[in-house]
Design a protein around this ligand. Structure first.
Ligand SMILES: [Zn+2]
Ligand SMILES: [Zn+2]
Length: 174
């Protein structure tokens, strides 16, 4: 399975490259591209946020053996939640991750590296959903659910053995 990272709008320099280089097994490289989207049509004026379920519909369907992940800096929400870090269609091989909430405090040790690590971990999380994985109880697995940015730091940007086994045995999945 290869991964196409699509920049929605401006992406910090070298971020997409760092994310692609940081993807764990079972992903086998990929490519980087851009995607023109209409944020206006998904923007909620009262919340001053972008509707994640609306925006993901602008991410194209991948060809077989590919996963598509959009990268954006806009603040995403779902109706029942204050914010989300990302969204995927379960098993649909496409998703979206926002770094809006992932920036560490300025005085965090090694904030730039921590920022990239959080983004990679959430990209791995959404790719997992896109490839059919549900949330995992293993605390340091990328598929563990994180509600706060600091909780992401407790996870590895990789799958636990059970999640990895599910992914690599999943060639018969729809
Ligand atoms: Zn999740
Ligand atoms: Zn797991």
């Amino acid at each position: 399975m290869r991964v196409r990272l699509l920049a929605l709008g401006d992406v910090p320099p070298r971020l997409a490259e760092a994310v692609l280089a940081g993807l764990p097994r079972p992903y086998a490289g990929g490519e980087i591209g851009r995607l023109a989207v209409s944020l206006e049509s998904c923007y909620d004026r009262q919340r001053a946020q972008v509707d994640a379920a609306c925006l993901i519909e602008q991410v194209p369907n991948p060809e077989s053996d590919w996963l598509i992940m959009g990268l954006t800096g806009v603040d995403l929400f779902m109706p029942a939640l204050t914010y989300v870090f990302g969204i995927s269609h379960l098993g649909g091989r496409r998703g979206l991750v926002s770094w809006y909430r992932l920036r560490p405090e300025k005085d965090s040790p090694d904030a730039p590296a921590l920022f990239v690590r959080r983004i990679i971990t959430e990209v791995v999380h959404e790719l997992g959903h896109g490839d059919g994985l549900v949330h995992c109880v293993v605390p340091d697995c990328a598929m563990h659910r994180s509600l706060w940015p600091e909780a992401i730091d407790l996870k590895h940007p990789a799958y636990c053995p059970a999640c990895l086994a599910t992914l690599t045995s999943g060639s018969e999945q729809p």
